[in-house]
Design a protein around this ligand. Structure first.
Ligand SMILES: [Zn+2]
Length: 378
């Protein structure tokens, strides 16, 4: 080989090697979900007759982690605590941020004050995204969850003067710009839907309030209140194996839907691109609080989307049914008496075709469809 050709070959090999390294590096950056079981150690959270919040949420979190690891081995799961240890809110947020999380799910159990007349009858699940509360009940949940900072010595300094018991402190959550709010509301709505359908909980709706831990995490983040431990029936369900399994399955289903949509998203702020689905509760007419710009539901754009239809059925298929289990991003539309199930949502036919290629083995009869406003177009 002449010197010149040798040089060309060396450069080409180096180029190839660096290209391969680049591809590898991209493949090596996994989707990271941070699961945050609330409370722990000296902080038990809310207590009931049979158990307490820290115990329920740790158990549900572990089951959720197991489901994610088994079904999506490529996803990295990070638990802020995996045992009965005490963590400050700052430590939780630091773990999530250091792990470069793509999603933060904080799991809690709700309760109301002993003086509340509805204490033993109130029930249902709510998922919170960060925001300024629109009702006193939303504020009181945030105040209770934030009050764990009082267990820390010198918390006023550590949290820069934030006082969890003073409603004035909560104004920071209105003023803060949260780049991830749209995605947080999206996952909140998905989890809420699953808690009702899969875990059979009553719908206490998606809400917004100033949770310090959601504010401090730099990724889409939600705080889930599974049900009320002060209600004996709800507590029994949360304490049972069946109940914990259902909660974990509900959270997992919501995760798989979200992951199906966002696994290829890049890191970093994406402001104002997505439109949150659904509504935010607690917006009473007597409320004079100024509304934040992003939290109002807006009309969806009536664009055409492409999907892969996998099957049609005369009955609705449960989300965890073996027929559709593990299929990414499954949804359906009704066509006459048929429920038509499809996977994925793309803006071009080409992307849908690529997706079809991945599903053909399991669904040989699958094909690409076009939807407009959720209805098929020819
Ligand atoms: Zn809690």
């Amino acid at each position: 080989m002449t010197g010149f050709i040798r040089h060309i070959v060396t450069v080409s090999i180096l180029f190839l090697l660096s290209a391969l390294t680049f591809v590898n590096a991209q493949e090596l950056a996994p989707f990271v979900v941070v699961i945050d079981p609330g409370h722990g150690g000296k902080d038990s959270g809310c207590s009931g007759q049979l158990t307490n919040e820290k115990t329920i949420v740790l158990d549900v979190s572990k089951r959720l982690q197991k489901l994610i690891s088994e079904n999506f081995p490529e996803v990295k799961t990070v638990m802020t605590r995996a045992d009965n240890s005490y963590l400050t809110l700052q430590e939780r947020a630091a773990i999530a941020n250091k792990a470069n999380g793509n999603l933060f799910i904080s799991i809690h159990v709700n309760s109301v004050d002993k003086k509340n007349k509805n204490r033993t009858t109130i029930h249902g699940a709510s998922v919170y995204a960060l925001g300024l509360h629109r009702s006193e009940s939303n504020l009181s949940v945030a105040m209770r969850e934030n009050s764990v900072m009082e267990l820390e010595e010198d918390y006023t300094q550590a949290y820069q003067g934030f006082d969890p018991k003073s409603s004035e402190s909560y104004i920071i959550f209105e003023l803060s710009q949260n780049n991830h709010l749209n995605k947080s509301i999206e996952i909140a709505n998905t989890i809420q839907h699953e808690l009702i359908t899969t875990a059979g909980r009553a719908d206490k709706q998606v809400r917004q309030a100033g949770f310090w831990v959601l504010w401090a995490t730099s990724m889409p983040s939600v705080l889930v209140e599974l049900d009320f431990i002060c209600n004996p029936d709800s507590e029994r369900f949360m304490h049972s194996d069946n109940g914990k399994d259902k909660f974990a399955q509900a959270l997992f289903n919501a995760f798989s839907t979200y992951y199906g949509k966002h696994k290829n998203d890049t890191h970093g702020p994406r402001v104002g691109k997505e439109i949150p689905k659904g509504t935010i509760a607690g917006n009473t007419s007597s409320d004079t609080t100024p509304e934040s710009k992003v939290s109002k539901p807006k009309a969806q754009k009536s664009d055409i989307t492409y999907h892969v239809q996998i099957l049609s059925a005369l009955k609705k298929i449960p989300k965890n049914d073996h027929e559709i289990k593990g299929v990414p991003d499954v949804d359906f539309f009704k066509d006459g008496k048929y429920y038509k199930y499809y996977s994925g949502s793309f803006s071009s036919a080409n992307e849908a075709k690529q997706h079809l290629g991945k599903l053909k083995k399991r669904f040989p009869k699958a094909f690409v469809i076009k939807l407009k406003d959720g209805k098929p177009v020819k």
